[in-house]
Design a protein around this ligand. Structure first.
Ligand code: GCV
Length: 846
């Protein structure tokens, strides 16, 4: 199917926030409307229709319908967030709001509006492109396969004018030579001056007299990390200038240009500009010093501690380069469940070696500090934050660190959380602990990122505890301390509401913590693109200062005027050749970087540009792949935790379904704590008749969540308890029927993803085609496992039956419960052969 010649309609965002598709176009009514009606897989199928329509026409006519329908599809989170569905014609936003139908609108939008490059046709590759192992990430620089664009680039880029001598400018120059040579299929030379048309001039006014002579007006707005890239006449020759106020800005501009070109966009009238909206954009590695990675599914740690500091691998440099290409500027090297050895001189030397390797790429090093370090490695008998000896120990430690790493970023701390020591051990507050560390770092301009992920078994609602503990501390933190808050109040679930702390701490800068490693979302294997999840969080409206006080505006400092801003992503990166354990998990690293740089960029646009750079610009690839990516998160929500269910996975590995677990000693370790299903109904009452956790939200959000008539379906069971036979206004189905429906639609969506993927065969290399196809097959089996196990369990407690119009579960409940015993416990690969072989046989998917 679809192996003919396809039209080249190019849409790829350039890095400037205005480059995203302005309003949906072309996503068809069928994509959006179908998605609206049924979500999940049906919407996804509709998406294909929407895309085809948008792509073929580049059309505008479908805009209103697509946008409305897409937004409607995402209705639940849209109305919760308050800003999403309001965006007219915004297929992008509709897509982000959830529902595969919404995503179809998104793709239509991006595709239609980006179609400025004419109608050049992409040939079917012949022979099939050589196998790739994924190690090149999105920095592949493949020769342009369409003649017109190739000729345009060959004329526009002939040589790079020698940059200044700093390591960063040299890195930019090397990247440009590599990238432009690859894209044009020619040898791009380096010269002292422009020697003819096609010069690429890069630098700051300080490092380059040519840049200085241009007096570019846009540089004023570029700040310390931003850039301006534009066509210009340099030294009397036609060329392109990459200018910034700092060397790192020049590197970012170089990557922005290469991204633009890898998306096959035109050079004529080139005008890219970008500056980050969030200052600190950090990857948090949960890497242990023994090489293991907590919740890591991509092999072992990237850091080879035993060969450091003597040896810095090429992979370490490539890692820094990849981060720089998406704007990440900080790395926490070690797990928040921290080993205090990292603070010893021996390990600090190793960390310093990594910092040296990262520095040219504008990446600062941070460390997770073990709160108990003064006792564990300092020989003290206490870690009390008010003890003079303890304070002095940290001052000495900070001084030592800065001697070795002058631009050290600071400490990340997990304290009094999941067994970690902390100031509460001494009757002191989180602010007391954070401020002690902040005082030690302040003379060096370092910061403390103090995590708010705290909960204990005290009988109160787990999701309310972080707010209860931290909100009263607002204003009590030192100016160089931030509180780092996970996106939701629970723990990186497939879907949960935003944490009520956002907006609630006007005097304490909050950093947002997202998770790139798919701990609760199928680990390395399931294809779940996190862009829509991140977008949903960022666009959620806290209403802290009225409408528009979104999480994005809180963390970028707009709402409360924070002087320091930060966002963190728990890394999904390891020693695996593909970096992330699967080809598609690379997209989650990528989208984190792009959204950290600009929290307003759309998930759909980022998916589009990632696919173009990583797989192909051929619309016959871009269309189906972006459609499946945009629908993938909602698919996982449907087959794992629909309607606001949460944390019903296996209690240790968080992988497969285990809604029945009820025997663990701490109440909230048990899935039954979260769903509360019994014969009368299901859901956690967090309204005033229950735990009243909703009261932690600002009035507009709170009222919406507390009322049955306004709560979005997607959060229903998270906040409310309902009877099995209560009807959902949106669908007319009972809760029971809706659960059966959504679980089934989730499985169907994965089937549709597999079908979509099959259509790209021959258009990308055979290796990655097979790798992804194999994982999708596993995902399909496991989606069915999730559905069948959960429905069997909920049927048993509700005494309801699954209508014969749906597939009957392959096994009885006991079979699924027994898998826990039958399948070996392996935290990094908790697969269960019984799901794929023997009984049930592969036939369960037919
Ligand atoms: C690093 C969850 C994870 C833990 C993780 C913790 C945290 O509980 O399962 O592995 O520990 O979150 O974020 O601190």
């Amino acid at each position: 199917m679809g192996f003919g010649i396809a039209l080249a309609i190019v849409a790829c965002s350039s890095g400037h926030s205005t480059s995203s598709a302005p309003g949906g176009s072309g996503g068809s009514a069928s994509g959006g409307a179908t998605g609206n009606a049924s979500g999940g897989s049906t919407g996804q199928a509709g998406g294909a229709t929407g895309k085809g329509s948008g792509g073929a026409t580049g059309g505008v006519a479908g805009a209103a319908t697509a946008g409305t329908a897409g937004g409607g599809s995402g209705g639940s989170p849209a109305s919760f967030g308050g800003t999403i569905s309001a965006v007219g014609g915004a297929g992008n936003s509709g897509g982000a709001a959830g529902g595969a139908g919404g995503s179809s609108g998104a793709r239509g939008g991006a595709q239609g509006t980006g179609g400025t490059s004419g109608t050049e046709q992409y040939p079917v590759p012949n022979p099939i492109p050589a196998d790739e192992d994924g190690s090149q990430l999105w920095l592949r620089y493949v020769k342009i396969p369409i003649p017109g664009r190739l000729a345009e680039y060959q004329a526009a880029f002939t040589h790079v004018v020698k940059a200044g001598s700093s390591d960063t400018l040299q890195a930019a120059q090397v990247e440009l030579v590599k990238g432009l040579s690859g894209l044009t299929g020619t040898t791009i030379s380096v010269s002292d001056q422009p020697t003819g048309d096609g010069a690429v001039v890069l630098g700051t006014p300080a490092s380059s007299s040519l840049v200085k002579s241009l007096s570019l007006p846009g540089l004023g707005a570029a700040g310390t990390e931003g850039y301006v890239v534009q066509s210009a006449e340099v030294g009397g020759k036609k060329g392109v200038v990459i200018a910034a106020n700092t060397d790192i800005g020049v590197l970012r501009g170089s990557f922005a240009l290469l991204r633009h070109l890898q998306c096959h966009r035109p050079v004529e009238g080139l005008a890219l500009a970008g500056t980050p909206k969030i200052q600190r954009r950090i990857l948090d590695h949960w890497d242990n010093l023994d090489g293991s990675v907590e919740r890591g599914y991509a092999g072992t740690s990237l850091w080879n501690w035993s060969s450091l500091p003597a040896t810095i691998s090429q992979r370490t440099k490539d890692y820094a380069r990849a981060n720089a290409s998406v704007g990440i500027n900080g790395v926490v090297l070690n797990n928040v469940n921290a080993n205090s050895q990292i603070l010893t001189s021996e390990y600090l030397d190793k960390a310093a070696a990594l910092a040296t390797a990262f520095r040219p790429y504008g990446i600062g090093v941070y460390l997770s500090a073990q709160y108990g370090a003064p006792i564990q490695i300092g020989g003290l008998s206490t870690a009390d934050p008010t003890s003079t000896a303890v304070k002095q120990w940290w001052v000495t430690e900070a001084n030592t660190i800065y001697q070795k790493i002058p631009d050290f970023g600071g400490f990340l701390v997990k304290a009094n959380s999941e067994g970690q020591p902390g100031p509460a051990d001494y009757g002191k507050t989180h602010a007391d602990g954070a401020n002690m560390l902040a005082a030690a770092l302040a003379p060096h301009s370092g910061i403390v990122l103090w995590r708010a992920f705290v909960y204990k078994d005290d009988g109160s609602d787990r999701i309310a505890q972080a707010y209860s503990e931290f909100k009263p501390l607002d204003g009590k933190f030192a100016s160089n301390a931030m509180v780092q808050v996970k996106n939701g109040p629970l723990d990186f679930q497939p879907r949960e509401p935003f944490s009520p702390l956002f907006g609630a701490m006007p005097s304490t800068p909050l950093a947002l913590e997202l998770q790139l490693t798919n701990e609760y979302l199928g680990e390395d294997t399931h294809l779940v693109y996190l862009g829509p999840l991140f977008e949903e969080v960022l666009k959620s409206d806290t209403y802290a200062k009225g409408q528009g006080s979104t999480v994005a505006r809180v963390i970028d400092g707009t709402v409360h005027g924070y002087a320091t801003t930060a966002i963190a992503g728990v890394a999904n990166i390891g020693s695996d050749v593909s970096w992330t354990g699967s080809h598609f998990n690379q997209a989650n690293w990528y989208v984190f970087g792009r959204m950290a740089w600009d929290p307003d960029v759309s998930a759909a646009d980022v998916a589009d540009e990632w696919v173009r750079q990583t797989l192909s610009n051929d619309p016959a690839v871009v269309t189906p792949v972006t459609t499946m990516m945009m629908g993938s998160r909602q698919a996982a929500v449907n087959y794992m935790t629909p309607l606001g269910l949460a944390h019903i996975m296996g209690s240790d590995d968080h992988y497969g379904p285990a809604p029945w677990i009820s025997n663990l000693s701490q109440a909230d370790w048990n899935p039954v704590y979260f769903h509360k299903a019994d014969a009368t109904g299901i859901g956690f009452d967090r309204t005033s008749t229950g735990s009243n956790a909703v009261s932690q939200y600002f009035a507009t959000a709170r009222d919406k969540l507390a009322s049955r008539s306004t709560i979005p379906d997607d959060f229903l069971l998270f906040f409310q308890r309902v009877g099995w036979d209560d009807k959902l206004a949106s669908s007319g189905r009972t809760i029971w029927d809706e659960l059966v429906y959504r679980y089934s639609v989730g499985v169907d969506a994965v089937a549709t993803m597999r079908d979509s993927w099959k259509t790209v065969e021959g258009r990308i290399d055979a290796k990655r085609f097979k790798d992804v196809g194999d994982f999708l097959q596993t995902q399909h089996y496991e989606a069915r496992w999730w559905r069948d196990a959960c429905l069997q369990y909920f049927a048993s407690v509700s005494k309801h039956t699954i209508s014969s119009s749906y597939a009957a579960p392959a096994h009885d409940l006991q079979f699924y419960k027994d898998l826990e015993i039958k399948c070996p416990s392996d935290a990094t690969k908790p697969r269960c052969p019984d799901i794929y072989s023997g009984t049930p046989s592969p036939a369960i998917l037919k």
